[in-house]
Ligand binder design. Structure first.
Ligand code: ADP
Ligand code: ZN
Length: 715
């Protein structure tokens, strides 16, 4: 027997190997094997099985998996994903596996087993009459009334004696680390608006449906009904959520109504992930709920794929392979001939445009379920507040907090200080330096003391004063920790919780904080964007956005969209029950449409403004963007190669616009210099073909490393 193996090296190459007689029975498509490669031993995936070969082949060393871990669908899906994302196939196959399986043969996570005992001898009269051991009799009596017993129930020495006497035997059964069975409560009856949306979805003849429903309109309930229908048709379902460790509430909600769910997300231990994955492989579950990579779940007969909060940037992987789970979902939807539902209160502009053009169906939900009303939104001008001496909190927000504390209601405060978003701002008029060519905020580079545009490479000397009013510029930087400290100082009796990366280092931390807040063991929850999505706290009647401008000033053509999304999502946490909600948004840009329009909860209004700007500047969806990042140790060599790639692209481009190479936003990391080429394109097929050519050509050059990013999140 001969097999073709995709060997785990950087270049996708397939080599044929011979299978020795004693391993033939273990061979199956999609398994991993250990093969000799030069003088090394490497792992690889079996991607073809043949009878013979004309060549004299080397033998494989061993078979790693006991069962195929990639089925035929996933094997061919991987090829499409690697081609359309211009990356190597091995990395795609690797991303399809849970960490526990990814580890090599020796480091693999173990399957957990419990030991059991049962009777093997029915002639027990003699033993029961003569034995003087109370403990042994106790075991035998138990087993006479029960089929089996877990060994931990009894004392080990007695068990061993009984085994020796030939009365009982010991055996092992696999168990899963996570095993919380549920009680399958009935689903809610959909209200008239939900029913209308549900019917529209069912009657649609499109492959993809965009469900645009305001926060709290009952989208999740619709998902559950759609999934239930799929199960009733003997089909399975995948639900993707942005990042599950942040939304334990959603899982709890699903587990109340459904049995047989596998959950895949980063909040699980390696062993738990491995077990959840095995539940799918062993066909013991019908529903997979998970973050991005769950889209590769080895589930058969998929009847529906739902992507919640579809606008979330977490669906796009920001390292190799840079796939987007929504694109993969659409590919799998085609294979399984099932619908793909994209749900959001604030859909991605590109997706909404596709829906408006009729590529997707658009289904709307404009009313909150439960008769809850939308919260009242107040936008506060912080330029005026700063003049009054209120730097962090406006008067309005402080008064509202005090009021809610007196009424024993709850408060959420959002400040999205993520990473190092450093930029210079005028404290007087709120002006931020922008690129004259691109209308994108310039990034302040501390080392070079320069303001740079990450789009076109424009740079100017850091100006110390505002060009509009002459006030000395300040470096903005306020974090959640400072907010927590200030709140505690101003309201010493309030119980305050904080949720951000620093307070959620350990497994289960998210859930602990959420549960505590849910049980009203705290009055105020301060947090980053982590607190904005998917949470449903009935007692929250006030949401404060400390600084709505954090994202607005990031150098990203999606900064308005992301600002609108974040404020709308977090506002949606207020007043979800019968208590009326209020939102206070603090900003230095009261007139900015992305902030102003959050108060009306009408996504269409925001879309219309945003799309006209996208059109003017030829940004997505009017063009698409691809990024080529060239890295190398030698500055001159790297720029030379980057220029070569740039020329190659320019010479072979049709209508594509090629910008750069310019210095990348993170221009030097670990002593590697980076240059970026930005491509604005319309015809995807042409650019993918071209970039795959570039990839093939540059792979042989070991001095540089070239990465491709199709439709990047931000840059
Ligand atoms: P979304 O996913 O759109 O934010 P949810 O599905 O979370 O909305 O619904 C908001 C709240 O309304 C939840 O507490 C949910 O249980 C409740 N709800 C939704 N639909 C119904 C319904 N048909 N009957 C009763 N309660 C509902
Ligand atoms: Zn620029």
């Amino acid at each position: 027997m001969v097999i073709s193996v995709l060997v785990e090296i950087n270049i996708d190459k397939v080599f044929d190997y011979n299978v020795p007689e004693h391993l033939i029975d273990n061979i199956c498509l999609g398994e991993r094997v250990l093969v000799p490669f030069g003088n090394r031993e490497l792992e690889g995936f079996i991607i073809d099985i043949k009878d013979t070969s004309n060549y004299d082949l080397k033998d494989i060393i061993d078979v790693i998996d006991k069962e195929p871990i990639l089925n035929e669908e996933l094997l061919s899906l991987g090829k499409e994903v690697s081609k359309s994302n211009v990356c190597n196939l091995t990395s795609v196959y690797q991303s399809m596996l849970p960490v526990g399986l990814k580890a090599s043969k020796n480091r693999k996570v173990a399957i957990r087993k419990n030991s059991y005992i049962r009777l093997i001898n029915n002639d027990l009269d003699d033993f029961l009459n003569n034995s003087r051991s109370v403990k042994q009799k106790e075991i035998v009596n138990y087993l006479l009334n029960n089929k089996e017993a877990i060994t931990s129930m009894f004392d080990n020495a007695s068990i061993n004696v009984l085994i020796k006497k030939g009365i009982i035997e010991k055996y092992y059964k696999e168990y899963y680390r996570l095993n919380d069975n549920s009680n399958e409560e009935e689903l809610y009856t959909l209200n008239e608006h939900q029913l209308k949306a549900y019917n529209q979805i069912n009657e649609s003849d499109k492959d993809v449906i965009l469900l645009n429903g305001i926060t709290g309109s009952g989208k999740t309930e619709i998902y559950m009904h759609l999934i239930k229908d799929a199960l009733n048709n003997n089909k399975n379902a995948i639900l993707l959520v942005p990042e599950i460790s942040l939304t334990p509430q959603i899982i709890a909600r699903f587990k109340k109504h459904f049995n047989n769910i596998a959950v895949l997300h980063s909040g699980l231990s390696q062993g738990e992930k491995y077990d959840e994955y095995r539940k799918i492989l062993n066909k013991e579950v019908n529903i997979v709920i998970g973050a991005r990579s769950a889209i590769f779940a080895p589930l058969n007969d998929i009847g529906i794929i739902i992507i919640d909060e579809e606008h979330s940037s977490t669906y796009k992987q920001d390292h190799n392979p840079r796939y987007n789970a929504i694109d993969v979902a659409i590919l799998r939807g085609k294979t399984h001939k099932c619908k793909v539902i994209l749900g959001s209160a604030t859909p991605m502009i590109e997706d909404y445009a596709r829906a408006k053009k009729g590529y997707y169906d658009l289904v709307k939900l404009d009313k909150r379920a439960n008769n809850a009303s939308m919260p009242l939104v107040n936008i506060v001008d912080m330029t005026k507040e700063t003049k009054k001496g209120n730097k962090i909190f406006s008067e309005e927000l402080l008064l509202s907090i005090e009021d809610r504390l007196n009424k024993h209601e709850q408060i959420m405060l959002l400040l999205n200080k993520r990473g190092y978003a450093n930029y210079l701002m005028c404290p007087n008029c709120g002006e931020v330096s922008k690129c004259p060519n691109c209308d994108i905020t310039l990034t302040y580079h501390k080392t070079s003391n320069m303001n740079r545009c990450h789009y076109c490479g424009y740079a100017d000397n850091n100006k110390e004063v505002c060009f509009k009013c002459g006030t000395k510029l300040v470096n903005r930087g306020l974090g959640t920790e400072k907010v927590e400290e200030e709140i505690k100082r101003l309201f010493p009796d309030a119980r305050v919780l904080r949720m951000d990366i620093d307070t959620t280092n350990n497994k289960g931390d998210h859930k602990k904080i959420i549960d505590k807040f849910m049980n009203h063991e705290a009055d105020i929850l301060v947090g980053t964007q982590m607190i904005s999505k998917g949470l449903d706290f009935p007692l929250v009647t006030l949401v404060g956005v400390i600084n709505a401008d954090t994202i607005l000033n990031l150098p990203d053509f999606r900064s308005s969209e992301k600002t609108y999304d974040l404020i709308s999502q977090v506002s949606g946490r207020a007043g979800r029950s019968n208590l009326k909600g209020k939102v206070v948004i603090q900003t230095y840009n009261v007139d900015n449409y992305a902030i102003r329009l959050t108060s009306s909860n009408n996504f269409e209004d925001f879309y219309n403004e945003e799309i006209s700007i996208r059109k003017k500047l030829f940004y997505p969806p009017y063009s698409f963007i691809a990024l080529v990042k060239v890295g190398g140790k030698d500055f001159n060599e790297t720029i030379k190669e980057a220029n070569k790639i740039g020329s190659y692209l320019r010479n072979n481009a049709d209508n594509e616009i090629i910008l750069g190479p310019s210095v990348a936003s993170l221009s030097k990391i670990n002593n590697i210099y980076y240059f970026e080429i930005i491509i604005k394109y319309r015809d995807k097929d042409n650019i993918i073909k071209l970039l795959n050519e570039v990839r093939t050509i540059t792979l042989s050059n070991s001095k540089i490393n070239v990465q491709f990013d199709i439709n990047p999140n931000a840059f």
